[in-house]
Design a protein around this ligand. Structure first.
Ligand code: ADP
Length: 261
């Protein structure tokens, strides 16, 4: 009987060769792709595909904070709004906020507040919208990873990016980046948000049971994975800036017309 989801299964989560349901080794992450600057209307944006997770993040601000009584005269408020689309999971998800989305919005807001120079923008709000289009476990990590790239894309001054990844325990084995079945039938899940430049952990949760030694191994595995996630985030931002530079070199429309004539 597992402790996390309370569900049992006949599925063999780890096979004789020590491989997982999708063929991954215990310390292997699902494939991750990030693209920055995908939305024209937002100040900054990022799209993340992480295994079967598909997540969009959009940033607006810093802008005047409403309602006014929420304003902090000394710093900006980083407000995250996490939402899972009704079509993002197998059973239609009831639209609108629920306890889980409030919790995830809160922990991601807190993680991002640690890296944004909020003191530069008193009385403002920096709004971060995270839309999960397809969910397959690990959406809070994908959301936080996307949100920090979107903040950087918006030009919001930050100490560093936050990179995120989870570790956990399935079939008595400590594993990295749990998939849906592992999340449902596994024994523990530890999502981690990590700031590589300052070596700080800004998000840490634990669902399920682990021994202190398993926890240490899981945390170590997740932090190492965050360092890899960080490289993918930085590559996405570098590609974005390179594309912007090319855009700026494009001849003005009038010149283009002359060339055609
Ligand atoms: P995370 O997505 O960060 O791992 P949870 O552990 O709460 O967060 O959720 C694990 C997975 O369970 C989600 O990624 C999603 O695939 C699924 N899930 C969460 N909420 C619902 C829901 N209301 N209906 C169906 N599936 C859900």
């Amino acid at each position: 009987m597992n402790r996390m989801g309370g569900m049992t299964t006949d599925l063999k989560l780890i096979d004789e060769k020590g491989l997982r349901l999708d063929g991954r080794r215990p310390d292997e992450m699902r494939p991750l792709k990030i693209e920055a600057g995908v939305l024209k209307r937002a100040d900054g944006s990022a799209y993340v595909e992480w295994g079967l997770n598909k997540v969009m993040a959009a940033v607006y601000g810093p802008r005047e904070c409403h309602p006014r009584h929420m304003q902090n005269p000394e710093r900006a408020l980083v407000q995250c709004h996490y939402n899972m689309a009704s079509f993002s999971v197998d059973d239609r998800k009831r639209p609108g906020p629920d306890r889980r989305s409030h919790e995830i919005s809160k922990i991601i807001s807190e993680a991002l507040t640690h890296v944004v120079f909020t003191e530069y923008f008193p009385r403002t709000s920096i709004d971060v919208y995270i839309e999960v289009l397809q969910a397959n476990a690990g959406t809070r990590c994908a959301g936080l990873t996307a949100a920090s790239v979107a903040l950087a894309d918006a030009g919001v001054p930050m100490r560093d990016l936050v990179a995120s990844c989870a570790a956990g325990k399935v079939a008595d084995t400590v594993v990295l980046d749990l998939g849906k079945e592992e999340d449902n039938f596994g024994q523990a899940d530890i999502p981690v948000g990590f700031v590589p430049r300052t070596n700080e952990i800004v998000l840490l949760q634990m669902d399920g049971d682990l021994t202190p030694d398993e926890f240490d191994r899981g945390l170590h595995m997740a932090v190492n994975a965050c360092k890899k996630v960080y490289e993918v985030q930085r590559d996405a931002l570098k590609r974005r800036y390179a594309a912007r530079a090319v855009d700026e070199d494009v001849p003005a429309p009038a010149e283009e017309k002359q060339e055609v004539a």
